[in-house]
Design a protein. Sequence first.
Length: 253
Amino acid sequence: MRDGTADEKIVEVAPGVHLVHGGNTNWVILTEGDAVTLVDTGYPGDRQAVLASLETLGHSPEAVTGVLITHAHNDHLGSAEYFSTTVGRPVYLHEAELPHARREFLHQVSVGQVLLRAWRPGVLPWSLRALRSGGKADVRMSRPEPFPGEGALDLPGRPVPVHTPGHTAGHCVFHLPDAGVVISGDALVSGHPTSRVRGPQLLPAMFDGERERARASLARIEALAGDVLLPGHGPVHRGPVPEAARRARELAD
């Protein structure tokens, strides 16, 4: 583990595969030599932490050959437009998520929904931190792109997108078959400040656009071979990914 800022930790789980814990959410850095794939970009307020994590691993923003976004919520899309327009790198999402990234609509938990649950442990501190990090900022993208082909993408790490709708309509996880790793975004997490559960789980229901679809998508993750799970929230989970998905489904019953 390499220490970055006070709220940022970099964990290498396989050669060239790093999970970065930001203050509120995680992102993943995949490296091959001098080239990088960045998976998710945190909140808008995480930009300096994202850039610092790249620098810690010896890379500039220009080393990023492509950015992959699991889904277009503010805590994952935060610096996508920066990498697209300022750095000039393609930002890829599932086709169903493109209009969400352009903010033709916004499927994200509302302030009102959060306030209704503010009495629950962890909800109010989390919401205040999210707002300070840019949870309500305008992070719309001008030119998000669909994945350029089927199967493994021609990017460092050779990630394979797997459509897992429910949290959002176009949510995707990314499978790294050779490394035995699944980057699960918010389709399967290992913890969250608003949850008392530890270990593999769905996010609390208020965060999902379609809860039953989110639960059903766990079967797609269950079909993926791997023994390391890199979630959008919570620590690295080590153990068979299919078992992690089954546990989350049981908890969601």
